[in-house]
Ligand binder design. Structure first.
Ligand code: 5GP
Ligand code: MN
Length: 339
């Protein structure tokens, strides 16, 4: 973000405004952490700010400070549209294209508000007046920290904001282990702890609140894990019947795909999860090294994301989706075969 834009934004934020803050559909820890952190920051300046999530998010994020102020567009459409309509500023966080907000897309497209994007996904669309996009960043939360720093306001980060930001950096970096984790990330995280983020408690809230049925579902996912050693690929399937059997709740499959990637020698992992309600198969892709799952997902599964973590979807049956996946893989033989 260039200096002139920062001064313009500073000016815009110098008087209280109606502000809407939006994460992507099926928001994760980074999406919820970054939007709530920004919410608390803007509230400190008396702005009339509201976080509107396109749809619901996992239980393991519902302890975040001010969680109870969040509107869910899917179930509170009228109220949400009124706020979007009245907004002077709309911050869109942790996504790169308006269609990533699902059913909320049209309302956002029609909004007259000035839009500000803060995001770290590849190939951002050009819909915002102010775009702070940096694909090298670990997380949108790290970028919100930077954004507050650009505004010369680091001393405004209190333990509440620090808690939200820590949560998103932790979840998006796989607890600080993905290659996107830099010395700067650790520096920021160190400062957040100094400002009152309770790292052990946050980790506990997010990762150690498993239900018994989720662990059973993980067991089934591990039984379904298949490996294609000659292409260094592993994949998992979960059918709707299996999800039902283990009382699936939103967020229960979060992180499952990483088990495939943890296999010795595997550099490409996928999980295919049937969603009968939406009549799709949700695809999550992860890789190690230079094999870009962002490109793979864009080319074959209507999605995208980052080089090493991307999502997508298929409108075919679970079986047909797997068949398609297996038939595509040989095209990537040069990148996937062992050296
Ligand atoms: P997940 O597999 O956890 O849903 O997503 C992995 C990463 O890819 C996340 O950063 C997520 O925001 C991004 N992502 C997931 N689905 C899509 C999609 O359909 N399009 C784009 N551009 N990014 C996606
Ligand atoms: Mn993110």
């Amino acid at each position: 973000m260039i200096k002139a834009q920062i001064s313009e934004l500073k000016e815009l934020l110098s008087i209280p405004q109606n502000i809407v803050i939006v994460p992507h559909k099926n928001p994760d820890g980074d999406a919820m952490g970054s939007t709530l952190a920004l919410y608390h920051y803007l509230k400190a300046y008396q702005h009339n700010a509201t976080v509107i999530a396109p749809n619901d998010y996992p239980e393991f994020l519902k302890w975040l400070p001010a969680n109870d102020t969040i509107l869910i567009y899917e179930t509170q459409q009228e109220k949400s549209e009124a706020l979007i309509h009245e907004a002077q500023l709309i911050f869109t966080l942790d996504f790169n294209a308006l269609h990533r907000t699902g059913e909320m897309t049209e309302a956002l497209e029609n909004a007259v508000a000035t839009k500000i994007m803060i995001d770290h996904h590849q190939q951002p669309d050009d819909y915002a007046k102010y775009t702070y996009s940096d694909v090298s960043m670990s997380s949108t939360c790290e970028m919100v920290y930077n954004f507050i720093e650009f505004l010369d306001d680091l001393d405004k980060i209190d333990s509440t904001i620090a808690t939200c930001l820590y949560t998103g950096i932790m979840t998006d970096t796989g607890s600080f282990r993905f290659p996107s984790t830099t010395s700067r990330t650790h520096e920021v995280v160190g400062k957040l702890i100094a400002k009152g983020a309770n790292n052990a408690e946050i980790h506990n809230n997010v990762f150690d609140t498993n239900s018994y049925s989720r662990l059973q579902l993980l067991g089934r996912a591990m039984q379904n894990l298949k490996v294609i050693p000659e292409l260094r690929t592993a994949y998992i399937t979960l059918s709707q019947a299996e999800l039902d059997e283990f009382n699936f709740k939103k967020g229960d499959t979060e992180g499952f795909v990483n088990y495939g990637l943890s296999l010795k020698g595997v550099i490409f992992a996928a999980i295919f999860i049937e969603n009968q309600q939406d009549d799709i198969v949700k695809v999550s892709l992860r890789s190690k090294g230079s094999f870009s799952v962002n490109q793979f997902s864009r080319a074959h599964f209507n999605g995208g994301g980052h080089d090493n973590a991307a999502g997508g979807r298929s409108e075919e049956s679970l079986e047909a989706t797997i068949d398609k996946f297996i038939s595509i893989l040989p095209q990537y033989k040069d990148e996937l075969s062992p050296e």
